[in-house]
Ligand binder design. Structure first.
Ligand SMILES: CC(C)(COP(=O)(O)OP(=O)(O)OC[C@H]1O[C@@H](n2cnc3c(N)ncnc32)[C@H](O)[C@@H]1OP(=O)(O)O)[C@@H](O)C(=O)NCCC(=O)NCCS
Length: 160
């Protein structure tokens, strides 16, 4: 049974780092840290991100102070036109559509900001994520830098 059954979508802000660190710890317990490690998940790192996101986007789905999903679009701070996407959903609330919803949100934001495309990287054995990206029309190819990874690319034209 959900804690409150009400989930809101927020940008990661200072003060949100403790809840997000808990989320990262729960991913680790579930063994999902091998699939999702966009950056360190400790409180100090997350506070630094929350305080200085720059143009990059760090987004949480929050239920009563608990992070249910985390998504990011980054690369803009480094000057790239095509941002890199990351997404993870808490192990307790999977297959409800929150992964897809976070993807929708991040893709809409990238489109809104005029990004021509989105890229992402995924482990070849991450069946759930690859299925999700495939349904969302990401074109996957081997990562030249790492044989364990695929790189996904989606063009954000009108209607994409
Ligand atoms: C991948 C992940 C984000 C999916 O989140 P979710 O909320 O369970 O996904 P959704 O319920 O929105 O489902 C979205 C799609 O994922 C796929 N999917 C979800 N659960 C699946 C499962 N158990 N088996 C196979 N595919 C699955 C389906 O393609 C689904 O498509 P549909 O919406 O057309 O049915 C989640 O499993 C997760 O956080 N995994 C660990 C972190 C991770 O791997 N992140 C990606 C790193 S590249």
């Amino acid at each position: 049974m959900p804690a409150s059954g009400a989930i809101e979508c927020l940008l990661l802000r200072p003060g949100g780092e403790v809840a997000l660190a808990r989320f990262f710890a729960d991913l680790e317990v579930a063994g999902d840290d091998v699939f999702f490690h966009p950056h360190a998940g400790d409180v100090a790192t997350l506070r630094a991100i929350a305080e200085r996101p720059g143009k990059d986007l760090y987004v949480v789905f929050l239920e009563e102070g608990n992070v249910r999903a985390y998504g990011l679009l980054r690369g803009w701070n480094e000057g790239y036109d095509v941002p890199s996407l990351g997404v993870a959903v808490h192990p307790n609330v999977r297959t409800c559509g929150f992964g897809r919803l976070m993807m929708e949100y991040l893709e809409a934001m990238a489109r809104y900001r005029g990004a021509p495309a989105i890229r992402l990287r995924v482990r070849k054995d991450n069946v759930r994520a690859i299925a999700m990206y495939g349904r969302r029309s990401y074109v996957m190819q081997p990562d030249a830098g790492d044989a364990q990874l695929l790189v996904g690319f989606k063009t954000l034209g009108a209607g994409a």
